[in-house]
Design a binder for this molecule. Sequence first.
Ligand SMILES: NC(=O)c1ccc[n+]([C@@H]2O[C@H](COP(=O)([O-])OP(=O)(O)OC[C@H]3O[C@@H](n4cnc5c(N)ncnc54)[C@H](O)[C@@H]3O)[C@@H](O)[C@H]2O)c1
Length: 342
Amino acid sequence: MEKIGFGVIGAGIWGESHARIYSTDPSATLVAVCDTVEVKARNIAQKYGAKRWYTSVEKMMKDQEIQAVGIATPDFAHREPFIAACEAGKDILLEKPLATNEDDLQAMKTAYNQSGVRVMVDFHARWNPPLVIAKENIDQGKLGQIISMYYRLNDTIYVPTGMLPWAAKSSILWFLGSHTVDTLRFLSGSEVKRVYSVSRSEVLVKMGIKVPDIYQSILEFENGMIATIENNWIVPNTHPNWNDIKLNILGSKGMINMDLTNNQAFERYLEEKSDHPDILVMPMVHGKPMGFAHESIRDFIQKIRTKEEFIASFEDGFRVSRTVLAIMDSALSRTPVMVNLK
Ligand SMILES: NC(=O)c1ccc[n+]([C@@H]2O[C@H](COP(=O)([O-])OP(=O)(O)OC[C@H]3O[C@@H](n4cnc5c(N)ncnc54)[C@H](O)[C@@H]3O)[C@@H](O)[C@H]2O)c1
């Protein structure tokens, strides 16, 4: 079997997850890694056995051994590598969110439409088993008509202050809110029609990171479902897990509650700390990368091979970005805003 040649663009935290899968999946080979910071590109290339590394996306796009790329540059820096890959005819797994402003969205849509490349946006929650099982229950009608959902998806304050040097150029709405919106679309099979959001900026602004701490938003869907979502970036660092996640799905005949926060199936108490280690997102099992965040990348490889439809498409990414832009507009104007999905 001829292996598909992959390149990774952006050799940071998430680019490494891409490299891990492209270098271990039997259908794939990691050809090269690109980062504007050479030492980062070289380190990940050497760690995962890539043949070469680049500091220029333009040069990488001329590499004929690369058939597809994983793009994991910061949220605000997806446009340039995405358009370059479209123009070079490479298939793309793009990290969420697709884009963080209208200009980038339009430019990326034009490049995508003109290119003929295949694009998946990495909304990896669509591979998270509890969410997939909930969707099956909804689709089978077990909960009756879906009346409402409540979804809270937050990060500890370490994420904007210690993990992401570019947090001020993104926001909790782009970093996690994009997942929140996409998961609700995925579960309900419907689009967001109108939003009303309120935000507060107290803690992060005082620390010099000029983004809101929290958005609380109400979403109205085309099928009549209503949802309340919460996204904050200031959960205390003593929280046993980076994420704080709660989901409630209320139907006319049933209800599902999820606490995906702590993986409380596994609580660890050590002399210096207690925590809840990851068993769901990206654990290593017998030396193999498992978990839904690895599975989405693996699924991209498989679907390039089989030519099946991707589980999360360019259009999903486009609609989520438009919805998040509407939420931000609403939080600024403190009025309800209609979502423009056209
Ligand atoms: N960190 C996470 O938990 C996580 C999870 C899922 C998805 N993501 C998404 O993945 C993307 C990357 O996030 P991250 O946490 O890995 O960020 P990061 O800061 O750790 O890595 C980004 C890397 O991209 C490089 N870079 C920037 N511009 C570039 C360019 N034009 N060409 C090549 N390299 C460039 C930077 O030097 C950096 O090494 C984001 O869109 C983020 O939302 C992150």
